[in-house]
Design a protein around this ligand. Structure first.
Ligand SMILES: Nc1ncnc2c1ncn2[C@@H]1O[C@H](COP(=O)(O)OP(=O)(O)O)[C@@H](O)[C@H]1O
Ligand SMILES: Cc1ncc(COP(=O)(O)OP(=O)(O)O)c(N)n1
Length: 266
């Protein structure tokens, strides 16, 4: 049987733990066929990002159109988009092709603090992509850059969700992985009417590289299979918890989260 398809519009991580590599292995783990529009090639390892080169915007557009016109896209997500020019090209293309539910992970920097976005690009994400998004999935650093809200507790997490929804996405997931001093990891999902707290254990681990990408692609895979946003996010949260719990050391720095536990079922 032909599986459902999900498109990732994102950069390559030479270390294999984040970016399109994380997305494709997550799609695979969900039984979804992964499609790719590559936006940038990064040079990175467990210690950080040494540099990146972006793909020309017209080539990003051409990749999206090629797969959408021939294979069909059941859901799509963005990760590293690198430049304002690429973001504008993606936004324009999404008005011309059908990609189903659209998840925007507003990746601004790596967890080591290295920038993955040129300076003028954050505003383009806010104005060009958020209004087209079914769901946006910022972490707390991205929330601060996008809204100025410093999330330190449940009240400020809710205020951040309200501020982010003003940019026009249908849903927002404010991820709480970087909240300080909490025994649990609480992600807040909202469409402005419902406020759903997704609570899970906080694992003691250094190996969280690719966690945000893996969560967003797990959600995208479930959306591609027809789940509602709350169901897709709840399933994604369960999936990422297990991936964080089973993250492994690789290299001298931060190791990747792991979806390999899925193979235990086979
Ligand atoms: N130490 C941890 N233990 C369990 N879950 C975690 C841990 N760190 C992050 N998560 C979860 O992983 C997902 C990614 O979260 P977060 O770290 O906030 O975003 P990002 O990876 O984009 O920086 C969220 O669902 C978050 O709750
Ligand atoms: C190519 C590429 N895309 C995204 C990232 C971000 O990954 P990471 O630093 O691990 O942050 P989260 O995925 O956990 O949000 C990257 N480093 N490279």
């Amino acid at each position: 049987m032909t599986p459902r398809t999900a498109l990732t519009i994102a950069g390559s991580d030479s270390g294999g733990g984040a970016g399109i590599q994380a997305d494709l292995r997550t799609f695979f783990a969900h039984g979804v066929h992964g499609l790719v529009a590559l936006t940038a090639v990064t040079v990175q390892n467990s210690l950080g990002v040494q540099g990146f080169t972006e793909i020309p915007a017209d080539v990003v557009t051409a990749q999206i159109k090629a797969v959408a016109s021939d294979m069909g896209v059941n859901a799509a997500k963005t990760g590293m988009l690198a430049t304002a020019e690429i973001i504008r090209a993606v936004a324009k293309t999404l008005d011309e092709v059908e990609v189903g539910p659209f998840v925007v992970d507003p990746v601004a920097a790596s967890m080591t603090g290295d920038p993955l976005l040129r300076e003028d690009a954050l505003e383009a994400i806010r104005t060009e992509l958020f209004p087209r998004a079914t769901l946006i999935t910022p972490n707390l650093d991205e929330v601060r850059l996008l809204t100025g809200v410093q999330v330190v507790d449940a009240a400020s997490q809710r205020a951040a969700a309200e501020a982010l929804l003003e940019f026009g996405s249908r849903w927002v997931l404010v991820k709480g992985g970087h909240m300080q001093g909490t025994a649990e990891c609480v992600d807040l999902l909202s469409d402005g009417r419902e406020y759903l707290e997704l609570t899970g254990p906080r694992y003691e681990t250094e190996n969280t590289h690719g966690g945000g990408d893996t969560l967003a692609s797990a959600i995208t895979a479930s959306l591609a299979k027809g789940a509602s946003v709350p169901d897709a996010v709840a399933a994604g949260k369960k999936f990422i918890e297990r991936c964080v719990a089973e993250g492994y050391p690789l290299g001298a720095g931060v190791g990747p989260v792991s979806p390999f536990w899925v193979l235990d079922k086979s």
